[in-house]
Design a protein around this ligand. Structure first.
Ligand SMILES: Cc1ncc(COP(=O)(O)O)c(C=O)c1O
Length: 419
């Protein structure tokens, strides 16, 4: 073939490739657009809003709203002592860890934080991960695999489901907080798997209720299963700051949580026995293959633990405020700083959120798939930074403008829909 012909053939095939690439890009765009349109049609599309936080206030566009949608239960993310600790760590150590913990990212502050967490939870050891999500997706597949089974509460957090999927273990879901149902499932399936892991939240993130940890621990013992609780929303606010298990006088084998909610920082952790923590340090892929935390976040978490130890009244405040709110509305007493108002449809939840926004409150609507279909809700989270007047004003607005004489769905009704 003459050189010119070869050149022409090359150009033609490059053009054909580019066209095929274009067509593929178009099919990708088309796919995304169709998915978005379907989500829009069902009021399920999520959108990011620029949100600047000033403690318990948020600024969105030209509006300043009093937020009941932050997990900064103790207001520590804006506390001067955490800021000072983080700034000092930045000045000394820089802003990034530079590598994963197993390479050169294991700053000495990790050991200090892990010891403090282990002491708080009365375990041998603790292991800090990059986030709560990374903790759960690392812990679960490190402990169970294809020949094993997971028994999970229906309302477990999304990252426990993600860890479950990664593990390849068979999954048995028990009705929310239904110990009888869990026992039935253990009775049926325990003998056909090697190891069994029971998964639950300590405080359920979208419902605010507590898992029956002592009863779950008892079943775990009876059926030779391990119990893991995710106490992301219990640490710092229940059990004098030690979390939901401490509040109930029990200690699951695996106590996971996050540094990003009441502690106001970032990162996740597992508190457990020495061999379990050692195993995770060498096996958990989300620890091994992910960069260590910035030292500033570790320093801030340590400052938060100091404050939790020194200020019991701050620790007690978020739950106390939630109790004032539930009492004012005649709802079942809050079990934690989280109170759900389950309104049912996505549209009802969005409308409720808009009404509250008009009144100056930020209470974000939570919709499926974060919560089961038919249980869209307003999730109200109380903080030590709210004053009692804020709580009373919110309760009045909810009663007069959102509920207007109706009652939100009860936990029983909600659980039936998630069963
Ligand atoms: C129950 C629960 N577990 C785990 C996580 C994940 O924690 P993190 O935000 O640290 O990734 C969250 C946070 O949304 C949560 O609510």
């Amino acid at each position: 073939m003459a050189g010119l012909d070869r050149l022409a053939t090359g150009i033609i095939s490059a053009t054909a490739e580019a066209q095929a690439g274009d067509a593929m890009a178009k099919s990708l765009d088309l796919y995304a657009e169709q998915k978005l349109a379907a989500l829009d049609a069902r009021a399920l599309r999520r959108r990011l809003s620029d949100t600047a936080r000033e403690g318990v206030w948020i600024v969105r566009g030209d509006r300043r709203l009093l937020s009941f949608s932050c997990n900064d239960y103790l207001g520590l993310s804006v506390h001067p002592r955490l800021k000072a600790a983080a700034k000092d760590a930045i000045d000394r150590y820089g802003v990034g860890a530079g590598a994963s913990r197993l390479v050169t990212g294991n700053h000495p502050l990790y050991a200090v934080l892990e010891r403090r967490l282990a002491n708080l939870k009365h375990t041998d050891e603790a292991c800090v991960f990059g986030s709560g999500y990374l903790a759960n997706t690392g812990i679960v597949p490190s402990l169970v695999g294809r020949r094993d089974a997971i028994f999970a509460d229906a309302l477990c957090h999304a990252c426990l489901w993600a860890g479950t999927q990664l593990s390849g273990a068979s999954l048995h879901v028990f009705h929310h907080n239904d110990v009888g149902h869990l026992e039935e499932l253990l009775e049926q399936h325990r003998s056909s798997c090697d190891r069994a892991l029971i998964l639950t939240d300590g405080v359920f993130s979208m419902d605010g209720d507590l898992a029956p940890l002592p009863a779950l621990a008892q079943l775990a013992g009876k059926y030779d299963a391990w119990l893991m609780s995710d106490d992301a929303h219990g640490l710092g606010v229940l059990g004098d700051g030690a979390g939901s298990a401490a509040a109930m006088g029990t200690a699951p084998d695996l106590q996971m949580g996050t540094l990003s909610k009441a502690l106001g920082s970032y990162g996740g952790y597992l508190c457990a026995s020495r061999p379990v923590v050692e195993l995770l340090r060498t096996r958990a892929r989300t620890l091994i293959y992910s960069t260590g935390l910035p030292p500033a976040q570790i320093a801030a978490a340590l400052a938060a633990l100091d404050i939790i130890q020194e200020e019991p009244e701050r620790v007690a405040a978020p739950h106390a405020k939630a109790l004032i709110f539930t009492r004012m509305l005649g709802l079942p007493p809050a079990q934690s700083p989280i109170v759900p108002l389950v309104l049912g449809t996505e549209e009802a939840a969005i409308a409720g959120s808009a009404i509250l926004e008009d009144a100056g409150f930020a209470v974000v609507a939570i919709r499926p798939p974060t919560v089961p279909s038919g249980t869209a809700r307003l999730r109200i989270a109380f903080s030590a930074l709210h004053n009692d007047d804020d709580v009373l004003r919110l309760a009045d607005t909810v009663r007069l403008k959102v509920l207007r004489g109706a009652m939100p769905m009860t936990m029983e009704e909600t659980s039936r829909l998630s069963a």
